[in-house]
Design a protein around this ligand. Structure first.
Ligand code: M6R
Length: 366
């Protein structure tokens, strides 16, 4: 049932190109230049009139929500707030009928996320669900939604659920951007083309596995690890750190790269590996100077770069290349080597990758 892979997690990492194609099915009609999502079409008015979107989720799904915040604001110019469901539900938040709540959950059974939905509904907000498990409690409780169609995710560490959640939310943002007129038609067409290419790019990227394994070999015994990213890739830094923590039990933290000088830089010495997402972006120069700061303190740099990069290549101790991609969709690629890195380190440390200690696949109690 593991399809020839040693673990479900590795199988599910490799399933991502297929899973994203399944997420596209019936929705991304690229040759016609349309995105069709019934949950969006049927509620277009509510979505377009929303004063803001509140995203509520936990764990990896919360990270997908953070990526979506950047994408929605950039594409559709709708203000977005991302909330830990557990904090939102107990905070007496200000919500009205003019708000849309998007709840993201792989299992559709997370207790805190379900409670956040009930609270938002009681205040009259429209609730949209992004779930993987069909017919789950959250899918039933929401007013409308879109399934990720990633297929069953067995490994406790979420992988393909994350990338398909981002895919669904990116499609939704593109659809709303077109309806609102916040994106030019040429840009829209470009993005449709770009998103359709993602599965093939992931397929190609998965070949970095051997390289990632070599890096894992070198760093498998470290006690700490830092992950840095900016913009669309700041949430990927958080997700990379969570993946390492939960399956290898190495302490890891993710930060927006520019926050480093507000504290975490004090941790850097020759024993601290820093994983930096330094792909092609509007902030490339800034990330290069962050890398220089780490280097001058003798930190070890593992950089995720875009194919053809020269500058970071000369500074970093190790580089992992990803295919070129529009920046907004880059989390779909940059997250892949980070999943592989945590997987290999966990295996080398003899950890139970698919069922890490103390963790359950879905957290149905608070
Ligand atoms: O099923 P959900 O997406 O609601 O689950 C949320 C989190 O419990 C989940 O993402 C958790 O953080 C994963 N173990 C992360 O890999």
């Amino acid at each position: 049932e593991k399809g020839g892979y040693d673990h479900f997690m590795l199988k599910e990492i490799h399933e991502q190109p297929r899973a994203i194609i399944d997420t596209f099915r019936g929705r991304l009609l690229r040759s016609e230049g349309i995105i069709k999502m019934s949950g969006v079409e049927d509620n277009m008015k509510k979505l377009l009139n929303a004063d803001r979107i509140i995203i509520a989720a936990c764990g990896t799904s919360w990270h997908a929500g953070l990526v979506a915040e950047y994408i929605f604001e950039e594409f559709a110019r709708i203000p977005v707030e991302v909330e830990y469901a557990s904090e939102f539900r107990y905070r007496n938040p200000v919500i009205s009928e003019k708000d849309v709540l998007i709840a993201i959950s792989q299992s559709g059974e997370t207790a805190d996320t379900l409670a956040a939905i009930k609270l938002a509904k009681s205040k009259g907000a429209f609730v949209f669900g992004v779930c993987n498990v069909v017919g789950s409690s959250i899918a039933r409780e929401t007013d409308a939604g879109a399934y990720t169609h990633a297929g069953p995710e067995i490994g406790v560490a979420s992988t393909k659920a994350f990338t398909t959640q981002i895919t669904v939310l990116a499609l939704m943002a593109l659809r709303l951007a077109r309806a609102k007129g916040t994106m030019s038609s040429s840009k829209y067409r470009l993005y449709l083309q770009e998103i359709e290419l993602i599965p093939a790019k992931i397929e190609r990227l998965l070949k970095v596995d051997e390289k990632v394994k070599e890096i894992a070999e070198i760093y498998q015994h470290v006690p700490n690890c830092l992950y840095l990213g900016r913009g669309f890739n700041f949430p990927v830094a958080l997700e990379g750190a969570l993946k390492l923590k939960e399956i290898s039990y190495i302490h890891a933290e993710g930060y927006p790269a520019a926050e480093m000088k507000h504290g975490p830089i004090a941790l850097i010495d020759e024993n601290m590996p820093v994983i930096v997402i330094a792909t092609d972006s509007e902030h490339y120069e800034k990330i290069v100077s962050n890398i220089q700061e780490i280097k001058s303190r003798k930190g070890k740099i593992i950089a995720i770069v875009t194919e053809g990069d020269h500058v970071v290549k000369n500074l970093a101790d190790h580089v992992i290349e990803i295919p070129y991609v529009e920046e907004a969709f880059s989390p779909l690629l940059t997250t892949i080597p980070l999943q592989l890195l945590s997987y290999h380190i966990a295996v080398m440390r003899g950890c139970n990758v698919d069922q890490p200690r103390n963790l359950a696949k879905s957290v149905t109690v608070e």
